[in-house]
Design a protein around this ligand. Sequence first.
Ligand SMILES: [Mn+2]
Length: 362
Amino acid sequence: MSRPGSEVGLNGRSTQTRKSDRFLAGLEDFKAVTFVSHVHPDPDSLGSMVGLAHLVDSTLGLPCRVTRDGPICRAENRAMVDILEMQLTPISKVTWSPGEAVVMVDSQPKTGRHSFNGEVSIYGVLDHHQTPGDLEGIPFLDIRRGIGATCSLVTNYLMEQDVSIPEHIATSLYYGIETEVGGFPREASALDDEALQYLFPLVDLDLIAKIKNTPLPDTFYETLLVALQSSFIYGKLLISWINDLPQPELCAQVVDFMVRHEGIEWALVAGVYQNEMILSMRTNAPRAQAGELLRQVVGKVGGKAGGHDRRAGGTIPMASTSASAIESLQSELRRRLLKSLGMEDVRGQRLLSRKEMLQCMA
Ligand SMILES: [Mn+2]
């Protein structure tokens, strides 16, 4: 691992100036800063935004706004916002004023989520996703694909600038990193571990435990049951379908559980939410590139996807959500996915036999 300041990054420059110095120098002439992230922000997005807002506020004294794009539905993520008392402005209520800088974290422009349609220009992007966005003309870029969490980059900036980190911000950053690198194999770099170690003494561990173990709604268990009943195993791949997804982030939550099945290396959970199919994929296969694989599979049916080596997500817009439309999209996806994993001829087997399911209902 090279030192952060001497890194030759994707951004094509080798420079002695630290990234955090350049980030802050470029903001000096602005009057305010607004932070944006991907839709349904997750802990990494939330932690990154509040961490950077604290950095900008402490060093430049500029007013900062942290936004939320779409609702936050996942119980743990809602708990994080409540327990850590985050003040979030819904992006739909934001009006842009001149002299305002926009910083995007944990996502890249036009990766399926963001286009501000010229309303506002983006000053900076800090991200760690494999999926390339439209970065043309953006003055400040720090995109490090080998890093587990955007929160680690932000922590690194706070360390470089020697800014003291209050407990609730440290806790947000720590939880953001932990949720991103929690899978196995761990997608964590030396920078992630350095950030975790730096933050650890500053964190309120009881609050983290409270967030992780937050009460779950009925819909979580109902969705889990539907996913279990619809799951098929095709060799090393498990696929689960949810025809009526109550909350968009549930796919990610369910797939984290499914990928732990002892016989498989890949898991996909796909659910229909409003007029989209939402997909979440995990793998523990060596040398896998889940983000790229899902992007190719989904791109051919008009959707968008991306992510990391072991975790990926995507959406496919649906003209109709009738039972037959859902079924035909499911079989198309299944076919493409099996093909891209070189398993065209593999026959599926139910995870749970019908007999067992019926016995349980008796
Ligand atoms: Mn992230």
